[in-house]
Design a protein around this ligand. Sequence first.
Ligand SMILES: Cc1cc2nc3c(=O)[nH]c(=O)nc-3n(C[C@H](O)[C@H](O)[C@H](O)COP(=O)(O)OP(=O)(O)OC[C@H]3O[C@@H](n4cnc5c(N)ncnc54)[C@H](O)[C@@H]3O)c2cc1C
Length: 813
Amino acid sequence: MTLPSHAAIVVIGGGIIGCSTAYHLARDHKADVVLLEQGKLTSGSTWHAAGLVGQLRSSASITRVLKYSVELYKGLEAETGLATGWKMTGCLRLATNADRWTEFQRLATTARSFGMDMALLTPAEVKKMWPLMEVGDLIGASWLPTDGQASPSDITQSLAKGARMHGAKLFEEVRVTGFDMKGGRIVAVKTNKGDIACEKVVNCAGQWARQVGVLAGINVPLQPVKHQYIITEKIDGLATDAPTIRDPDRRTYFKEEVGGLVMGGYEPNPQAWTTGDVPNDWEFRLFDDDFDHFEQHMAQAIERVPALEKVGVKQMINGPESFTPDGNFILGVAPECANMFVGAGFNAFGIASGGGAGWVLAQWVVDGEAPLDLWVVDIRRFSGMHRDRDWVRDRTLEAYGKHYTIGFPHEEYESGRPRIVSPLYDRLKGLRAVFGSKLGWERPNWFAPAGVETKDVYSMGRQNWFGPVGDEHAHVREKVGIFDQSSFAKYEMTGADASRALDWICANDVAKPVGRLTYTQLLNSRGGIEADLTVARLAEDRFYIVTGTGFRTHDFGWIRDHVPDGLDATLADVTEEFGTLSLMGPGARDVLAAVTKADVSNAAFPFGHVREIGIADATVRALRVTYVGELGWELHVPIAATRDVFDALMTAGSPHGIRPVGYRALESLRLEKGYRAWGSDITPNDTPFEAGLGWAVKLKKNTDFMGRRALEAAAGAPLKKRFAGFTVDDASVVLVGRETILREGEPVGYLTSGGFGTTLGRNIGYGYVRNADGVSDDFLRSGRYELVVAMERTPARIHLEPMFDPSNQRVKA
Ligand SMILES: Cc1cc2nc3c(=O)[nH]c(=O)nc-3n(C[C@H](O)[C@H](O)[C@H](O)COP(=O)(O)OP(=O)(O)OC[C@H]3O[C@@H](n4cnc5c(N)ncnc54)[C@H](O)[C@@H]3O)c2cc1C
């Protein structure tokens, strides 16, 4: 078969991800698609995968993607005639200590929140299901009966056949060597067998995806790591339908295979492969067996399954797989090139993800928009710092090493820090700040009082920062606090048509007079919330846009890519040009008035306005906004003046009791006030009406904007889900998110955020209440609510208004 000279879409890579993407592009979209594989299909990482297929993740959308894989693998043979080896064996996860058990209780609740029936079993029940297992050290196990295992090569061949049946053209032995680019877009794929003109490219090149990306100037931050498992001879008494096992406290996993066991693990001292280019001739190749390194898994596995001591090892597999700095895979359109899509970095769950990842990626390629909330895997969660290969390696190895460690709430990574610091870093450190990191920035999470170690001590219950964070919270409510939020992403849009461009991109009316600022969502074509940010009008032709630290690449790309053609509007990232100090609390005005000659009275400087004011010889952009529900200003300071302005505020604020406050108190404060967090409370899956943010949508104005049509189409129909707040009186309960919401004893949703409100003295959660027949105020208010927290029911009260309203200083019960 000769290569075509043109294809609408070229998929690079014939592993499970490329084949699944090609299959879905052909089947669902009838796309003109060509797949190019440099060797034979499956010859990269896919052929040597162990084949365990788990489904539960902490994100509802990713769980949905993985559940889709299972559905696909079940039925694929009937369509293509090629078996996938799918076996629904179920999966046992073993717990040997109390923290792990709490983790599983929360996990089982999450599973039920996502519609999966995960059970918790006693050691005796585990023994009955898996008689060869030693269960003396177990507290119990979680049991997900719908998990299973499959044959990675067979699935991939079956997907490839399906893709061909639906019209895709697959070519082996064709290597992509470069791209012809025009205006930042790919116009042709160059190969060792000729060029193919195309409209879109999907980079599914596995561990080669980074270097294939470089050919188009894009960054795919992944790191190949050596991963090993063994396959044993037949073990007497091992059932062919034995459940797969994950034994995280012993860092190992097991799967039955032709009467023997596959056993592998995630060691704390993983071995990176190259940070350079991966060789092109790595077809069906493995590394040499490394029994010395594997010994740590063997020792643990024998304790769990003593029969392993006597059985022979048929084969050891030591193969490379690409891992990423946060353990999630990488999907979506590259920020640097509008027509290169990526599906790579699968962190040893590419077989489990393959079917679903191909499904959503194909849809993304065709629509140019993610079909559901895929933020946790979106390539735009990374930034320029992820071009540093050594940093990516170190952080990735840390993430790999933590694959099976207990996932404590609020846990921070340690490697590659500090990476980016604000000018106040040393001052805040001197004030006993305990830092966390977000997109490379060190940010104060809390401040340890004298006598308390400046260190997070993680716990499944209340942590060592609970008391100090409560004090910081109370301080902001009663006096005044200062937050270093210099890591905020900041952009400027300039040009004669800047107002028109933003009017189209933003759901709220941002085309206001100079000096006004607007809180707004940016919507996708389904009316889902793609971003949540503040837009300040500095001049007729100049806007200042502020968004969350982690959303820097994503929001910038979203705005830039949606400026209508032909408009004079240029977007620039000015993040590093400004430090941001948020002065919040009832005493904020007194402090500000003491450092500036500007009139900061409410009449002269009302809420929702931006002014340039002088502080400590610097011209500061002061934005009158709040995320804590108190009087306050965000002060955007020329970066070089940040320390001087901070010092001036601290000195002038001293009589008013000013103190620095960290991000954990900020979270507690915003929970009380009911401000939504993008990525958890509001996502591309949710419309502003569902989120209770309809007031921030300019439907009454006669201008078109992105998402308007979808919102109008839905208007009038009852909302099937609505965002609501909940409080739990029982102070011993700990909310972490994803707890199930019960109304009249029936599940109606799950928490998207959870935490503790110090002023309220109660646990606070938020989430969507769902009802197929519509969610009216009456429906919401009339129910009796409970939350399922770590498998236990606890009574909860619903709140449709902010729980704390500082305008009348009244705490609403
Ligand atoms: C030891 C081991 C055990 C594993 N166990 C499991 C498991 O139990 N469950 C699970 O879900 N996952 C498991 N995995 C992970 C799984 O194997 C991978 O996530 C998955 O195979 C990744 O598929 P892929 O299509 O992204 O990459 P690959 O299979 O590597 O496919 C990428 C393809 O792109 C081709 N390519 C690269 N560059 C070019 C180019 N320039 N031109 C054309 N073609 C190119 C390559 O030749 C390759 O075939 C395991 C991995 C390892 C290493």
